[in-house]
Design a protein around this ligand. Structure first.
Ligand code: 5GP
Length: 174
């Protein structure tokens, strides 16, 4: 279906890891007041699959972030395009992100969330590109580490497209 995108992480491998992450979070948050906070838009498939493996009465909320930069790199100047719908004061928040690249987006978000007085905040990221790190990011729940390649699929886009691919892939000739 997507001949132009070669498979980096197959649907089967993705789903197995997402399940493991969900079960681990369920264990760690059994007695907590968990809010899953998805970072739009890239989180949407990951969050949908992840939350169904966490059999707890959790809440889901979303934040839209946009970083000024070109299509394939972040500038570090981030703004909130869509804010949380409920206060997180006293809650145990797990931020659900598609990929931590330079780490600048997460740094901004963690600082912003800290001001809202949550009880705890942890990060769950499907992917991480350590070779591109500008600021160190502690990822509490990590799916996979990837090389310095631009990945698409399973929520991640290239120019707004390919988010619906069931696997993580790399474009042959972007
Ligand atoms: P950071 O601030 O960590 O550099 O960038 C994080 C955001 O940049 C991610 O949430 C994602 O939207 C975008 N991004 C970084 N690397 C990639 C990539 O390889 N593919 C896609 N589609 N987006 C990426």
């Amino acid at each position: 279906m997507f001949e132009e995108a070669k498979v980096l992480i197959s649907e089967e491998v993705l789903q197995a890891r997402v399940r493991e992450l969900g079960l681990q979070i369920a264990k760690d948050y059994a007695d907590k007041d968990l809010v899953l906070l998805g970072v739009l838009k890239g989180c949407f498939l990951f969050m949908a699959d992840l939350c169904r493996h966490i059999e707890l009465p959790l809440a889901c909320d979303f934040v839209g972030l946009s970083s000024y930069g070109d299509r394939t790199s972040s500038s570090g100047v981030v703004r909130i395009t869509s804010d949380l719908t409920r206060p997180i004061e006293g809650k145990d928040v797990v931020v659900v992100e598609d990929i931590v690249d330079t780490g600048l987006t997460m740094k901004y978000l963690m600082e912003n969330l800290g001001q809202r007085k949550p009880r705890s905040v942890k990060i769950c990221s499907l992917l991480e590109k350590p070779s591109r790190s500008v600021v160190p990011t502690h990822i509490d729940y990590l799916g996979f580490t990837v090389e310095d390649v631009f990945v698409i699929g399973y929520g991640l886009d290239y120019d707004g497209r390919y988010r619906n691919m069931r696997y993580i892939g790399v474009l042959d000739a972007p």
